[in-house]
Design a protein around this ligand. Structure first.
Ligand code: FES
Length: 61
């Protein structure tokens, strides 16, 4: 299994949490991920990583 990585240091949100939220709630934007998980809502530095995860999940489906 792929290792889990910490994406958002400010709110301690892990990759698995974000990917799961994207899949379950069909999230499309960094803003929606922020509303669901809290990731990206403090310093914003992880927002590029969140976008990469969004692209990955969308490419899979
Ligand atoms: S690391 Fe995600 S908002 Fe700061």
């Amino acid at each position: 299994m792929e290792e889990d990585i910490l994406i958002c240091y400010c709110n301690e949100v892990y990759k698995s949490t974000i990917v799961q939220a994207i899949k379950e709630k069909n999230l499309k934007t960094v803003e929606e991920v922020g509303q669901e998980t809290g990731a990206g809502e403090v310093c914003g530095q992880c927002q590029d990583d969140i976008q990469v995860l969004l692209d990955q999940v969308q490419a899979e489906s």
